[in-house]
Design a protein around this ligand. Structure first.
Ligand code: PLP
Length: 400
């Protein structure tokens, strides 16, 4: 791409993003700024709900709701019928987990950096159902070792392998496709948490060879808060997988003691739907498809530049690990609490996020001997000038 084309693209992306004028937004791993078409889709539907009624507005939007499924499907390489829309990535993940009939002694193989809420669910399954959580070893440079997954997943009681593709911190990108190959080879079901990946990197469920994939709208995908989705493979649907607590959107109560599941991934959905958010998610998926690989490349490049600049600041310790790194940059500052730094930066018009040990993941944080972490996550609509300003402000804050 020529420099002129790249600048024109950047100008268009920023023009589409009203929030760019207000703040330096480096919290895309928290919630990215919505582009104007997403915002308009949301508000238009809410207006229709207020004017003609919520159920009536949903009927009126039926074709666009169906198109939303198709767009999410295109974004992840799936058919619309394999997509369930749910409240968020955590709900998507829980719905998928609940499809397994775990018995005492069954095993879930996972990683050391899986998202804390997922780790809590594994531990809850241990307490309630006697399920064992086994964590695969990391490679020396960070990131799960697929061969360790293979060794553990061979165990006859392994019911599931679950991997967070891009952990919430650490800039790490797990080799989710290599793990998928291992699972396919062993015939073990595979659940991927793609919450931080969708919208940040090319996502294809065929390449990942996963059975379930959980995602959310508000992060790098740039959709609204409070909505997410779950991909369910044909293999799982044909096997009759369904959530522990289906509701009348996903199943029909056909006889006093019988129910029939929906044919599609809809069986993982709940009846009450935030239609404005569903449409907003569909619009965001369409926007991400239009932006394409250029966006992913640029976000990664900005993060790499940010790391270079940050490591020159006295007292800053970069915490990112792994062979492949993404648009999540994490750091600790000697003697400083990340939450306080985040607030000071916010006062200066710069959005970042922070996490303490429990929110960031106890295994990862203890290994790094960090108590709190500051996270800066650029997206393709950020500029190099914004990075420079952030680094300068942080340097001054640390000095003061
Ligand atoms: C890797 C990862 N998985 C899952 C989640 C949870 O997503 P949600 O809040 O949409 O449930 C997050 C949120 O930060 C995350 O970073």
């Amino acid at each position: 791409m020529t420099t002129d084309t790249a600048s024109a693209l950047l100008a268009r992306w920023r023009e589409d993003t009203p929030g760019c004028r207000e703040r330096v937004h480096l919290n895309n791993a928290g919630a990215a700024l919505m582009p104007r078409p997403v915002l308009e889709t949301l508000t238009r539907h809410l207006e229709r709900e207020a004017l003609i009624g919520g159920y009536e507005a949903a009927d009126e939007a039926d074709a666009r709701v169906r198109e939303s499924y198709a767009r999410i499907g295109r974004l992840i390489g799936a058919a619309a019928g394999n997509v369930a829309i749910v409240e968020n990535a955590t709900v998507a993940f829980a719905q998928a987990l609940s499809a397994f009939d775990f018995r005492p002694g069954d095993r879930i193989v996972t990683t050391r950096t899986d998202y804390p809420s997922n780790q809590l669910m594994y531990l809850s399954l241990a307490r309630r159902a006697g399920v064992e959580t086994v964590r695969a070893d990391d490679l020396p440079e960070g990131g799960v070792d697929p061969e360790s997954v293979r060794r553990l997943a061979r165990h006859p009681r392994t019911k599931l392998v679950a991997v967070t593709w891009v952990p919430t911190n650490s800039g790490l990108v797990q080799d989710a496709s290599a793990v998928g190959e291992v699972c396919a080879g062993l015939g073990v079901p595979y659940l991927v948490d793609a919450c931080q990946s969708v919208g940040q990197m090319a996502t294809d469920v065929g390449t990942l060879r996963c059975d379930f994939l959980a995602g959310t709208a508000r992060k790098f995908l740039r959709g609204p808060r409070g909505i997410g989705f779950l991909y369910v493979s044909d293999r799982m649907l044909e096997r009759g997988a369904f959530p522990l607590y289906p509701d009348l959107r996903g199943a029909d109560w056909t006889d006093p003691d019988a129910f029939r599941l929906a044919d599609s991934a809809r069986r993982f959905e709940n009846w009450e739907f935030a239609y404005a958010l569903v449409l907003g998610l569909g619009e965001a998926a369409g926007y991400a498809l239009a932006v394409g690989q250029e966006g992913a490349d640029r976000a990664g490049q900005l993060a790499a530049q940010l790391r270079e600049r940050l490591q020159e600041i006295d007292g800053v310790r970069l915490l990112d690990r792994g062979r492949e790194r993404c648009a999540i940059v994490t750091l600790a500052v000697a003697g400083r609490d990340a939450a306080e730094l985040k607030l000071r930066l916010r006062e200066r018009g710069i959005n970042t996020s922070s996490a303490d040990r429990t929110a960031a993941g106890v295994i990862d944080m203890d290994e790094k001997r960090a108590t709190s972490v500051l996270r800066l996550s650029p997206h393709y609509y950020n500029t190099v000038e914004e990075l420079d300003r952030t680094v300068a402000e942080l340097r001054e804050l640390i000095r003061s």
